[in-house]
Design a protein around this ligand. Structure first.
Ligand code: SF4
Length: 229
């Protein structure tokens, strides 16, 4: 940092400074935050998020109408043979595990939760095939509970914007939750995903190609090697 750094340099020298700018600028770029996975209710969202593991939302949205035609409630789904579910969801990949999880969680929802999707992280993460990220998406997007699900896009961009050391997604989630107002989390995580898909893709970047890094790191004169995530 030069001796008398210009205001912009001071402003973005800290994680909180960068976070405040990103929060504001991403809200300008993406005022609306539609949920990318097409769904009808908490149950179809839960299943759609489960299917999106190592699969694009676009592909999931092509597959789910066929799955809902088979069954769109836990009560109906628990009666569908796993092989039939697997055949429909095959294009999403990992179909044997995902089919068993969909069948298993549907049965548990009927037997333990009156056919409803539970509204706590603990109960959600007890369901087969449901990890913390999936539970966070459902809590945020189905129930409006503040959550910060960290997917590959968010993990990558948080490192590129030096908001976290990104040792792992748990660390990234902790760091982002400390940096951004709780009431912004649900919209912000979608905005970061949108920016990641549109501008800051997994394909390498030299950290100078777009307005975000040019603004956050004004002193950056030449390409930097960004950490592979
Ligand atoms: S300059 Fe590259 S790394 Fe930085 S935000 Fe833009 S696309 Fe991402």
């Amino acid at each position: 940092m030069p001796e008398n750094p210009p205001p912009s340099l001071r402003l973005f020298a800290t994680r909180t400074g960068r976070a405040a700018y990103l929060d504001r600028r991403l809200a300008e770029l993406y005022p609306e935050t539609p949920v990318p996975l097409v769904h009808r209710d908490a149950y179809t969202l839960l299943v759609a998020v489960l299917l999106s593991a190592q699969c694009t939302d676009k592909r999931v949205n092509l597959v789910t109408p066929h799955l809902w035609a088979l069954a769109d409630t836990p009560e109906k789904m628990r009666h569908v043979p796993v092989e039939k579910i697997q055949a429909v969801i095959r294009p999403c990949g990992l179909s044997p595990q995902k089919a068993r999880a969909i069948s298993g969680l549907s049965l548990i929802l009927v037997e333990k939760h009156g056919g409803q999707v539970p509204r706590t992280f603990e109960e959600l993460e007890e369901l087969p095939g449901v990890g913390h990220k999936t539970a966070s998406v459902v809590m945020a997007q189905a129930f409006g509970v503040p959550a910060f699900p960290v997917d590959t896009h968010i993990h990558r961009l948080a490192q590129r914007w030096q908001l976290t050391n990104g040792r792992n997604v748990e660390q990234t989630e902790r760091d982002l939750k400390k940096l951004f107002p709780r009431e912004h989390w649900n919209a912000l995580h979608l905005r970061i995903i949108f920016y990641g898909r549109e501008h800051c893709t997994a394909r390498g970047c030299d950290g100078t190609s777009c307005e975000m890094c040019r603004t956050l790191f004004p002193e950056r004169r030449r390409a930097v090697r960004l950490q592979k995530t």
